[in-house]
Design a protein around this ligand. Structure first.
Ligand SMILES: Cc1cc2nc3c(=O)[nH]c(=O)nc-3n(C[C@H](O)[C@H](O)[C@H](O)COP(=O)(O)OP(=O)(O)OC[C@H]3O[C@@H](n4cnc5c(N)ncnc54)[C@H](O)[C@@H]3O)c2cc1C
Length: 427
C-alpha cells in the first residue's frame, strides 16, 4: 500500500463515514500515523440521498472527497480499498490492494440494507444506501414514466406508476413525501399526455405508526402531512415477498409494481474476521464496551452504526444515526490518545441532540429534548441543520441554491436518466 514506516503508532480506520471522519479529524494533529481505508474516495451525506433519488439534488453535492477533508494533516494517509478481512491475531487488515499492519484498528464501516434474509426481495427491490443506488432509483422512477407513456395496456401503465416504499422510518417518509410532490408539481408538466393522477405512492409499515423512533406527536403529524399529499399509508402490514412484479404481504393486500423501495432496516456492515458470534450481537453489530473497545480485543475498536454499545438508557445500542457516530468517533480520538499516553480511557456519554424528518415543502417534524414542533418552522430548522452538517462550502452553497430554486420554481431539475437502470423484469 506504500504507507511509509514511522516511529508513531499506526491507527488504521476502516470507513470514511460520519464516525471515521470525526475520528480522523480528532487525530489529525497528533503524534500518530492515521491510515483511512474506504471503498469509495468520497464521504456520503446519507440523510440527503432521497433528494438525489428524486431529482432534487445532484449527487456531487452530497458527496465530498475524503482526501480533501484531511488534506492539510500530516501523517494522514488515505487508500481507496475494500477491506476484506481482519486478522486480529497478526494485527493486520487484508484488502483488495494489499495487506496492512496496525497498532490500533478502528472499524467504522457503517451499515448495510437489511432484507431480513429474504433473497427474492433483495434481488428485486431497490435500496437507497449509497449514491450509485440513489442514481439507480432516480433512473428507474423516470424510466417508469417513459414506459408508461408508451404502453397502451392500462394495467401495465398503472403498475409502472405505482411506487411501494417498505418502511415508515425517516427514509421511507421523506422519500414518499418527495415522490408525492413530484406527482403533484412536476409530472403533469413533464407528461401532459399521460394521466399522472393514477400514480400511487404507498408506504407499508409493519408497526402501528410511522416515525416510530420519534414522539407520537411527530408521528401523527407526519402521517397527516403524508395523507394530505395523497400518500397511502398501510400500517400493521408486513411485506412477505416480491418477485419484481408483485408485492405480497401478510394480509390480502398486494401491489403490482416494478418499483419496490426497501427502506425497512439496516444491519451492521461486518467484515470477515470480526463477523463471528464472539463479536457480533443484535442487528449484526459489533459488541463494544463503553470505550468502544471490541470484546476481548484491547487494540481494536468499533464506532458508529457498526458498533453496538449497550447502556442502561440504550439497551439495544445507540440509534444508527449520524450523531452517535460523530460523537463516538470524536470520543474515541481522545481515548486512543489516552491509551497511547498511558492515561485511563473515559467512558462514552451520548448527548441526544434530537431528531427530525421532512415530509415536503413547509412540512417537517422536529423533536428536541424539551421542545417538539412541526410545520414550516420545523422545515426551516431541518434545512439549516442539514446545511450545517454537510461537508464543504461548495456543497453547502450548491444545496442551498438548489433548495431556493426548487422552492421558488416548484421544480427539481436533476430529473435526468444519465445512467439508465436496467430493469431485471418487465411487467
Ligand atoms: C437514506 C438514509 C437516510 C438517513 N437519514 C438520516 C438522518 O436524517 N439523520 C441521521 O442522523 N441519520 C440518518 N441516516 C443514518 C446515518 O447516515 C448513519 O447512521 C451514519 O451514516 C452512520 O455513520 P457511520 O460512520 O457509522 O457509517 P457510514 O456513514 O455509513 O460510513 C461507513 C463507511 O465505511 C465504508 N465501508 C464499509 N465497508 C467497508 C469495507 N469493507 N472496506 C472499506 N470501506 C468500507 C463505506 O464506504 C462508508 O464510507 C440515514 C441513512 C440513510 C441510508
Amino acid at each position: 500500500m506504500n504507507i511509509p514506516k514511522t516511529s508513531y503508532p499506526r491507527i488504521v480506520i476502516i470507513g470514511g463515514g460520519f464516525a471515521g471522519v470525526a475520528l480522523a479529524k480528532k487525530l489529525s494533529k497528533q503524534e500518530v500515523q492515521v491510515v483511512l481505508l474506504d471503498k469509495h474516495n468520497y464521504h456520503t451525506f446519507q440523510p440527503l440521498l432521497y433528494q438525489v433519488s428524486t431529482g432534487g439534488l445532484e449527487p456531487d453535492s452530497i458527496a465530498y472527497p475524503i482526501r480533501k477533508i484531511l488534506k492539510d494533516f500530516p501523517n494522514f494517509f488515505f487508500r481507496l480499498a475494500n477491506v476484506q478481512e481482519i486478522d486480529t491475531k497478526k494485527n493486520k487488515v487484508k484488502t483488495n490492494i494489499g495487506n496492512l499492519k496496525f497498532d490500533y484498528l478502528v472499524i467504522a464501516s457503517g451499515s448495510t440494507t437489511n432484507y431480513f434474509g429474504n433473497a427474492e426481495i433483495e434481488k428485486h427491490s431497490m435500496a437507497m444506501k449509497t449514491i450509485p443506488q440513489s442514481l439507480n432509483l432516480r433512473s428507474l422512477i423516470l424510466e417508469n414514466f417513459e414506459d408508461a407513456l408508451l404502453t397502451s395496456d392500462l394495467h401495465e401503465r398503472n403498475a409502472l406508476m405505482n411506487f411501494v416504499i417498505v418502511g415508515g422510518g425517516p427514509t421511507g417518509v421523506e422519500l414518499a413525501g418527495a415522490l408525492a410532490e413530484i406527482k403533484k408539481g412536476i409530472l403533469p408538466k413533464d407528461y401532459p399526455d399521460l394521466d399522472t393522477r393514477s400514480a400511487q405512492i404507498h408506504v407499508v409499515q409493519s408497526g402501528d405508526c410511522i416515525l416510530k423512533g420519534m414522539s407520537s406527536m411527530a408521528s401523527q403529524k407526519a402521517e397527516d402531512f403524508l395523507e394530505k399529499l395523497g400518500v397511502n399509508i398501510w400500517k400493521n402490514v408486513r411485506v412477505t415477498n416480491y418477485d419484481g412484479k408483485t408485492v405480497t404481504t401478510n394480509t390480502d393486500l398486494i401491489f403490482e409494481t416494478p418499483t419496490l423501495i426497501w427502506a425497512a432496516g439496516v444491519k451492521g456492515a461486518t467484515i470477515k474476521g470480526l463477523d463471528g458470534e464472539d463479536f457480533v450481537t443484535k442487528g449484526n453489530r459489533i459488541l463494544v464496551n463503553e470505550f468502544s473497545q471490541v470484546r476481548g480485543l484491547k487494540n481494536i475498536f468499533a464506532v458508529g452504526d457498526i458498533a453496538c454499545m449497550e447502556t442502561k438508557d440504550f439497551p439495544q445500542g445507540f440509534p444508527m444515526m449520524a450523531q452517535p457516530a460523530i460523537q463516538q468517533g470524536q470520543q474515541l480520538g481522545d481515548n486512543l490518545l489516552n491509551v497511547i499516553e498511558k492515561r485511563p480511557m473515559k467512558p462514552f456519554t451520548y448527548k441526544d441532540k434530537g431528531s427530525m424528518a421532512t415530509i415536503g415543502r413547509n412540512k417537517a417534524v422536529v423533536d428536541l429534548e424539551k421542545w417538539k414542533f412541526q410545520g414550516i418552522f420545523a422545515w426551516y430548522v431541518w434545512m439549516f441543520v442539514h446545511l450545517f452538517f454537510l461537508i464543504g462550502y461548495r456543497n453547502r452553497m450548491v444545496v442551498f441554491v438548489n433548495w431556493v430554486y426548487n422552492y421558488v420554481r416548484f421544480d427539481r431539475e436533476a430529473r435526468l436518466i444519465i445512467r439508465p437502470f436496467k430493469k431485471r423484469n418487465t411487467l
